[in-house]
Structures are given as structure tokens and as C-alpha cells.
Ligand binder design. Structure first.
Ligand code: AMP
Ligand code: MG
Length: 406
């Protein structure tokens, strides 16, 4: 029996950051930049108005007050999108809209609210100093400067900056492509009615959703029967598009545990009993020339999802170049709302509902119980040396993926 930490360490020491790749900025959402990015153009690209109003020479309106407005002739209208290079003579004004280019010579904008809104001539009731309501070319970003550093996670704001600064494609660590295979003669495809002795293959949809929730790209293969040849052919066929393969089922002590049987023979996947509940039987290793990491998770749905959170998700984050928060990663503190027991010698992952920081049991804790799993917000982690949790005890909880907005 090995500990959860030992198994996770072996995994994190094996997986590598995926080779960087150039992607369109939108496709790069959620990815980590693999190189510093320099702005092609400045932002703003031209000096423009920050308000709807009148472009002026500030000196012309220095005496303007509500009682004694300065009246100027309006010689032009400049809308956003106007591409003409205009010039403003002293003693004149032009109507200008937000984002429209400032005419040469003008150095301030008087907002329309500080005027009578005239279109032929305008009475300006308030003075503005030079620079007022003007967005200077390059004040935000200067062409040639580094705008985003290597290692930056690309969200909507970063993607907007890249696009605005003239960058359509970026070098990023791509999302890991994750092939999800479930095994078992009892499985039928989602949407089909299982016959007696059969069940719907819920693991492959669950893990596909989990892969999406960590920002990786899933390829769901679905259920394959407990047949060594079929399984090996399936895995070999999938290697070409996989950065990671996840299987479920067939790794415990049953007579038809094909995954273990087949991959033990290959010799690059190691099967261990990990001191945890649920999720004790685990396999991990690499397959094929490209040394694709393979996680063989147990078949019981709760075991499979717990294993995903504890082992697969940190590995996918590492492969995507994301810095992992300190160990244990991503955990939040809570307080037990009720007492419960835990098996000694194993780290237990208890499905809990979180009410602020109070954790109560989410129902049946059997590793086949999807009802309680679906009701849960988090996995409360009870360390191996703890056999009893009292109400009020502090618990570390691992939030379940995709439940953040609840
Ligand atoms: P195994 O690890 O193959 O012995 O399976 C353990 C339990 O998990 C059995 O009750 C299986 O029927 C169930 N199971 C295995 N694969 C799946 C799956 N893809 N979806 C739902 N349950 C499964
Ligand atoms: Mg099975």
C-alpha cells in the first residue's frame, strides 16, 4: 500500500509540460503563454476623444463660465471611425464623439454637458485645461513593449489586449487532449436503456465533463468490453490524439479486470493499492513511443471522480503549465457540522455539502452512490491517522469541479 502523496508525487514527476504551440487568440483562452508578447501597435493607436463633446484649443476657452460662456463656431463633426486627418484652427471648434480622432492642434475636449449643444455655433460654459478628456496615443500600451509575460494565464481581458495590440496568434501551452475510455461488459451507451445486469456508462460522461471543467480537451471513446484484444487495440488507436489517457474499471481483484491484465503485460504501467477511500486500486504509467501518461481509475463512479480530483486534475494542470498552488492544492478549510467516523489507515474523501464553511455529509458514502455525489459540493479530506471526526473539527475540503457558481 502506498500513500496518496506517494502516488501523486510519482505522477507529477512523470508528466511534462506540453510542447508549446501557436494558436489563435480565442483558441488560446485558458492557456498559459509560452513566450513574452510584444505589442505590434500602440494603444490608443491615435490620440482620440474620451467624451462626446467639442474639440478645442484649451487657451480659447480659458475664461468660460456659466454666466459668461465662450461662443465658438462649429466647423466640422468628427464621428468615431472618421479616418480623415483634420486640423483645428485657433478660435474654432469641432463636434467630436467618444473614440473619434482628435483634430491636429486641438488639445482638449469639452463634454457636451458643459455646453448648449450647438451645431453651428456652441456656447461653452466651463473651461477645460489642455489634455482634458483626451486619450493620448500610446498612453496605455507602447508599440514594441512587452504587454504580457510568459506564464500569464489568458482570460478575456488578456485576449482583448492581445487582439487590440495587433496580435492574432500566440505561442501557448496547449490544452491537454485527454482520451476517456471506460471498460466493462455491463456498460451501455448513454441514452440507451440498460437490460437486466447492464448499466449506463456514466463514468465516461462524468470524466469527460471533469476534463472540460479543468480546461483540458476531452475525447470520449466510451465503453469498451472486458476483452484484452479490443482494449489494447482501442488504446493503441487512441494514442495518436492523446496527451493523456484515462480508463475506468477493470483494475481491482475481479476475474475479468482487463485493464490491469492488459497493461501489466506492457510493463510501463504500475498498479498500486493507494491508502485512500474511495479509490484504492490505482494504476499509472506511460504508453507508446510518445510516453503518453495513462491513468487507470477504478470503475466505481465515486472512486473514479475522487481519483480524478486527487490525481488527474493536478497532472493536467501541470501539463498545461499552470503553477500548482501549494500542496494540498486547491483545498479550502471548513468545519464539520456533524460527527462521523473514518477508516483508520486510509485518507478518506467524504462527500459533503458546504454551507458557508460548515460541512455536512451529502448522504450515502458508498463508492457507487451517484445520488450523494451529485448532492455534494466538495470532498472533505480526513487524514489517514484520523478515525473519528467530531462536530466542530476543522476539515480540509477539495471543491468538486464545475460546482463553483452554486
Ligand atoms: P470495476 O472496477 O470494473 O470492477 O467496476 C466497479 C464497479 O463500477 C462496478 O459496479 C461497475 O459496474 C461500475 N462501473 C464500471 N465502469 C462503469 C462506468 N463506465 N460507468 C458506471 N459505472 C461503472
Ligand atoms: Mg469492470
Amino acid at each position: 500500500m502506498i500513500s496518496v502523496e506517494q502516488h501523486l508525487d510519482r505522477i507529477l514527476n512523470t508528466v511534462k509540460v506540453i510542447r508549446p504551440f501557436e494558436l489563435g487568440v480565442l483558441d488560446a483562452q485558458g492557456c498559459i503563454l509560452a513566450a513574452d508578447v510584444e505589442a505590434r501597435g500602440s494603444l490608443p493607436g491615435f490620440t482620440n476623444s474620451a467624451m462626446d463633446g467639442y474639440a478645442v484649443h484649451a487657451a480659447d476657452i480659458a475664461t468660460a463660465t456659466a454666466e459668461d460662456p465662450v461662443v465658438l463656431p462649429v466647423v466640422n463633426d468628427i464621428a468615431a471611425g472618421n479616418t480623415q486627418a483634420l486640423s483645428l484652427a485657433q478660435g474654432q471648434t469641432m463636434r467630436i464623439m467618444t473614440g473619434a480622432p482628435m483634430p491636429h492642434g486641438a488639445d482638449a475636449v469639452v463634454p457636451v454637458e458643459a455646453t448648449d449643444g450647438g451645431v453651428v455655433r456652441v456656447a461653452i460654459r466651463e473651461r477645460r485645461l489642455a489634455g482634458a478628456h483626451v486619450r493620448e496615443a500610446g498612453e496605455d500600451v507602447e508599440a514594441g513593449n512587452v504587454v504580457l509575460r510568459r506564464g500569464t494565464l489568458l482570460g478575456p481581458g488578456q485576449i482583448a489586449l492581445l487582439a487590440a495590440a495587433g496580435i492574432a496568434r500566440v505561442r501557448v501551452v496547449p490544452r491537454p487532449r485527454v482520451v476517456v475510455v471506460s471498460t466493462g461488459d455491463e456498460l451501455v451507451e448513454v441514452g440507451r436503456t440498460p437490460g437486466f445486469g447492464q448499466i449506463v456508462d456514466s463514468n465516461s460522461v462524468m470524466l469527460t465533463a471533469a476534463v472540460t471543467a479543468v480546461g483540458a480537451t476531452p475525447f470520449r471513446v466510451g465503453g469498451v468490453p472486458d476483452d484484452a484484444r479490443t482494449l489494447m487495440d482501442t488504446l493503441e488507436g487512441q494514442l495518436v490524439r492523446a496527451d493523456v489517457i484515462i480508463t475506468t474499471g477493470g483494475v481491482s481483484m475481479g476475474a475479468f479486470d482487463t485493464v490491469k491484465e492488459v497493461l501489466s503485460r506492457v510493463g510501463t504501467v504500475q498498479f498500486d493499492k493507494v491508502a485512500m477511500r474511495p479509490g484504492m486500486p490505482q494504476g499509472f504509467g506511460v504508453l507508446g513511443e510518445e510516453q503518453v501518461p495513462v491513468f487507470t481509475l477504478p470503475g466505481n463512479p465515486v472512486s473514479a471522480l475522487v481519483s480524478f480530483h486527487v490525481f488527474v486534475a493536478p497532472a493536467l494542470r501541470a501539463m498545461a503549465g499552470r503553477p500548482e498552488p501549494s500542496y494540498p492544492p486547491g483545498y479550502v478549510p471548513a468545519v464539520a457540522a456533524e460527527p462521523f467516523t473514518s477508516v483508520p489507515g486510509k485518507m478518506e474523501f467524504v462527500r459533503v455539502v458546504l454551507d458557508d464553511d460548515r460541512a455536512r455529509l451529502a448522504g450515502g458514502q458508498g463508492s457507487h452512490m451517484l445520488g450523494a455525489l451529485a448532492a455534494a459540493d466538495a470532498l472533505a479530506v480526513v487524514p489517514a491517522d484520523v478515525a473519528e471526526v467530531a462536530a466542530g473539527d476543522e476539515l480540509m475540503c477539495l471543491p468538486l469541479l464545475g460546482r463553483e457558481g452554486q
